[in-house]
Each structure stands twice: as structure tokens, then as C-alpha cells.
Design a protein around this ligand. Sequence first.
Ligand SMILES: Cc1cc2nc3c(=O)[nH]c(=O)nc-3n(C[C@H](O)[C@H](O)[C@H](O)COP(=O)(O)OP(=O)(O)OC[C@H]3O[C@@H](n4cnc5c(N)ncnc54)[C@H](O)[C@@H]3O)c2cc1C
Length: 383
Amino acid sequence: MNNYDVIIIGAGSVGVPLALSLSEKKINTLVIDELSSPGQSNNKKAIGGIRATHSDFGKIKVSQRSIEIFSTWQERFGDDIGWLANGYSFPAYCERDEKNLKDLMKLQHQFGLNINWVSPEEYNELVPGINMRGLRGSTFSPEDGSASPLLAINAFYFQSKKFGAEYHFNEKVIAIEQENDRITKVVTEKENYSAGFVVNAAGNQAREIAKMIGLEIPVNPDSHEGAITEPVQRFFGPMVVDMRPSKDSANYYFYQNNEGQVVFCITPAPPIIGKDNDATSIFLPQVAKRMIDLYPRLANLKVRRTWRGQYPMTPDGFPIVGKSQEISNLINAVGMCGQGFMLGPGLGELIAKIILNELDDDDLKALQSFDPYRDFSGMEQFK
Ligand SMILES: Cc1cc2nc3c(=O)[nH]c(=O)nc-3n(C[C@H](O)[C@H](O)[C@H](O)COP(=O)(O)OP(=O)(O)OC[C@H]3O[C@@H](n4cnc5c(N)ncnc54)[C@H](O)[C@@H]3O)c2cc1C
């Protein structure tokens, strides 16, 4: 049997940066994925938004670390991953949204987030031509940014291989065997493996993997569509998140990437539960109407491509990350909701610290937000 220090199930937004962090520390790591190369499930569906603008300590801290990793990657390792420090903005068009955002900013400042409030006129300089009717101002967090999920995951993958990580693609995990409270065997269609630790980073399939060892974890994927336009000269700065709900959709968000393409997606309301990946004819007219009303300058852009993927959702919108109490050598790193790409590198380091027993007080505090044994009764504001 092939034995490793750590086996990671899933070479996606979380599994690959985790393999990077582990292999950098000389931990003998195997990543198993049923697809043919890294990031082929939801990682490549992400539009590339990366923010530390969240509402709780854990996600803010982890994302701040992710931002350090994304933003210094080219300097450290030489690959261009499309990093752009374009910032994030949440414009407010009603008193309630303005109050909520400003109240939240007090908490975010306590957690060390660089975020401030800009007037409608200042916002019009960041997003020239934005609809000023009823605009009350916006948050602006200049250190947030964006990167290419395709370039980033491949850069992490090749670097982790240089550090010694091993990957087995086209290999589906079909069973997990246990004795007493330990996993003894990870079984794929081709091989059997054993490891000191097994990490469930299976995204959409997190629940099915947990079931193989008799555990229930509440991860239910729901579908989201995204789109990308032709590239044009840079004409606005930050990611724009319009939080206002509409008849058949909740928020939507868009930004201009480092190549000048506008990338966008929308949150359907009610959610579309399931893993169907067929793009619909509803999405584009639905989101385009809302975007052009908010930002008329987008009207003449040609859309090149649309696609559909999933957010692996939890009931409260927070990820599930931590050691299993039932199985002593299992770690869950699942339920990334709409933020697995931005959380991945920071989480990779945090999970490596769990495995190496190196957690400090801030890490333990961050992990409280992701506690697998919480009651899931809360609700993340920026899920
Ligand atoms: C339209 C859209 C836009 C998004 N935009 C953003 C964004 O801007 N920023 C952001 O941070 N996030 C965004 N997301 C969310 C992000 O894509 C997900 O949160 C993230 O990819 C989940 O990461 P993961 O590692 O949990 O899962 P994945 O990246 O899907 O990886 C899981 C891997 O596990 C493998 N696997 C599963 N079961 C098995 C098995 N039995 N055996 C072997 N391998 C298995 C799969 O093949 C897959 O490769 C977006 C998502 C969508 C759909």
C-alpha cells in the first residue's frame, strides 16, 4: 500500500494551495482528483474576486493572508497569475444599506481591515459614470483585488510539485476504510492508499466523501453562472458589488480584470440547488439588465462566454474547516460557498498548521468561525 503523511481528496481551490503549504514544509503529500488536471471543478468557474472584506475575524484573517500570497506570488516565484489590486466596493442606494455597511465597517476596522467610506462624488471617480441617482456613497477596500483562477491554481500546482507534492489525476476516491477512530485506507478506482492525515477538500462532493466514513456534513452545492466580455481599455477601478435584491436575483458583482475583460456573476433567488453545469438563457439578460441600469457604460461590451458552476454552500454561509471529533486523522476543509478561491491560499497555510500542531492564538480564533461543530444558526452577511 502507498503510504503518505497526508492525502488530500480534491485538487481544487483548497486542495492545491494546501498541498503547496504542506510540501513546502517537507510533508509527504498526495493529492487525488477524479478529474484530469488541477482546478477542473469549481476553481475554474470562479470569476477571480479576492477580498478580505468579510464580517468575521476568521474570514478576514484568512483572506488577508491569501491576499499576501496572491499579491507577492510573481515576486516570489516569477509566474504572472493576473493579480490586480483593484479593490472592492459595496455602493449603497438606500439608508438601510448605508447604515449596515457603516456599522459593519466599525467591526471590520477592529479586525484590522483597510476599508473606508467614500462619497458619491468620490465613488464616481473610482467608477466613472456609475448611476448617481439615489447613490449615498460606498465602501472601498483598496487592498482587495483579483487574479486569474486558472493561472493561480496552475502556478500553485507546479510550485507544489517542485516542493515534492504528488498528484494522481483521473482517480476517483470510491471508499474510505476505518478501524476504530482512524482512517486506515483511501480506496480509489486504481489503488489503495494510507496516510497519517486525510483531508476532505472535495468541494461539491464533500458530503459524499464524509458519508463514506459514516459522517454527515451539511454542504449542499447551489448553482451560479458567470460571464466574461471582450477586453477593453481600463475604465473603472474596483469590484462593484450591488447588494440590492431584485425580483428573481439577489446580489450581483463585476470587475475589470488585468487584461481589461469585465467578469461578472449574479446570485439567483431563490437559490438553484444542484450540480447542473449547463448554462441557461435566463442568466445573461437577467444580469445584463441590472448591470447596465447601474453602470450604463457597460452597454456596448460584447460578452464572449458564459458558464455555470456551484457554490458548495453551508447553512450559515461559513466554511467548515477543522479536525473531525469522530475520526482522529480526518480534517474537513469544505463548504467554501462563494469564496473558496480567495480563501484557498490562507486556508492552506492554516490547515498545514493544524497538521503540524503549530496553531497560535490568532489561528485558533480564526478557526472558531469555521468550527465543524457549530450549530449553523448564524448567517454570514457577505456569503
Ligand atoms: C460563477 C462562480 C463565480 C465564483 N466566483 C468566485 C470568486 O470570485 N472568488 C472566490 O473566492 N470564489 C468564487 N466562486 C466560488 C469558488 O469557485 C468555490 O468556492 C471554490 O472553487 C470551492 O473550492 P473547493 O476546493 O472546495 O472545490 P473545487 O475547487 O471544486 O475542488 C474540489 C475537487 O475535488 C474533486 N473531487 C470531488 N470528489 C472527488 C472524489 N470522490 N475523488 C477524487 N476527487 C474528487 C473534484 O474533482 C474537484 O477538483 C465562484 C463560483 C462560481 C460558480
